[in-house]
Design a protein around this ligand. Structure first.
Ligand code: C2E
Ligand code: MG
Ligand code: MG
Ligand code: MG
Length: 292
């Protein structure tokens, strides 16, 4: 059967009939050792306050320096890590590394900066997670609110009762929670309003064409207004242009993240930005545009 696909596209079939390529199998077997062989690295992408223009947080984004392949982006290997269960070990490494970075910047005397970590559904639902976070917070002694955990709508909508218990446990510990890729999943607004989420992240797909697509412009405007009414903060992902920035400023979006400000960078480069107190200055809006 696999042969019929021809060429290099040999396929194996797992019990659930999910096709897996040789390269994916290869990757899975190498990924197993990526943590212990020190092949993973975190890059950090600044999150900028729309009020002060300062970096108020960074998102930790993992990369895999795979032997003979160069840097593999998370979009390629995180799904494999999720399917194989390797995500729990990788997620633990990411958490530990991110917390060590918070501590390192703190010891340098830099102003506190929040670090956001993406949590996969399978890791969030791992029974050992709350204990792990407790231990890492205790050992490091960092302010718990400097650690932000990013969850997606699908993570939160899976087993709602159980999710509430885990989330409550984490909130008691004092960590921040954010809802990533908002608008791409299936969360109910009623459910959202009851959730102790601190920050809502509008997905890049809405932000990308916000100045050319009136539907997405309305969705973004409504999302910002709704989030504020619920007493939460909102951040726009994937801001790439001045026009998108201007639009988001008019809506009073709280924070932004995107290539317009910075791509994800190694910790040393973020350290330089923080040490220099890097600040973005936004153009003053022309009179008459203010109340648009
Ligand atoms: P995400 O959490 O939504 O992260 C944002 C992604 O958008 C990042 O891609 C970032 O580089 C990219 N991005 C940010 N600003 C812009 C922009 O202005 N334009 C464009 N075109 N892209 C922008 P990245 O680093 O490739 O990560 C992709 C996804 O992989 C993440 O999406 C997240 O879901 C997952 N991921 C990354 N690191 C981790 C991790 O440590 N653990 C887990 N479980 N997932 C991770
Ligand atoms: Mg994220
Ligand atoms: Mg996102
Ligand atoms: Mg995304």
């Amino acid at each position: 059967l696999a042969k019929q696909e021809g060429g290099d596209n040999y396929c194996f079939f797992q019990p659930l009939n999910k096709p897996v390529t040789i390269d994916q199998l290869d990757m899975a077997s190498q990924l197993r050792f990526a943590v212990e062989r020190n092949e993973l690295v975190l890059h950090y992408q600044p999150q900028i306050s729309l009020i002060s223009g300062e970096i108020v947080g960074v998102e930790a984004l993992v990369r895999w320096n795979r032997p003979n392949s160069g840097m593999v982006p998370p979009g390629v290997f995180i799904p494999i890590a999720e399917e194989t269960g390797l995500i729990v070990g990788i997620g633990e490494w990411v958490l530990q590394q991110a917390i060590a970075q918070i501590l390192a910047w703190q010891r340098e005397g830099l102003p506190p900066v929040k670090v956001a970590v993406n949590l996969a559904a399978n890791h969030f639902h791992n029974p050992l997670l709350p204990g792990l976070i407790d231990r890492l917070l205790d050992e490091s002694g960092i302010e718990p609110h400097l650690l932000e955990l990013e969850l997606t709508e699908s993570t939160m909508m899976r087993n709602v009762v159980r999710v509430k218990q885990i989330v409550d446990q984490l909130k008691i510990r004092g960590v921040c929670l954010s809802l990533d890729d908002f608008g791409t999943g299936h969360s109910s607004l009623a459910y959202l309003s009851q959730f102790p989420i601190d920050l809502l992240k509008i997905d890049r797909s809405f932000v990308t064409d916000v100045t050319t697509n009136p539907t997405n412009a309305s969705i973004v405007a409504a999302t910002v207004a709704m989030t504020h009414k619920l007493g939460k903060n909102v951040i726009a992902e994937g801001v790439e242009t001045e026009a998108q920035l201007a639009f988001l400023r008019r809506l009073h979006c709280d924070q932004m993240q995107g290539f317009l400000f910075s791509r994800p960078r190694p910790a040393e480069e973020i350290g330089v930005m923080l040490r220099e107190g890097q600040r973005w200055q936004f153009k003053v809006e022309e009179a008459g545009q203010k109340h648009l």
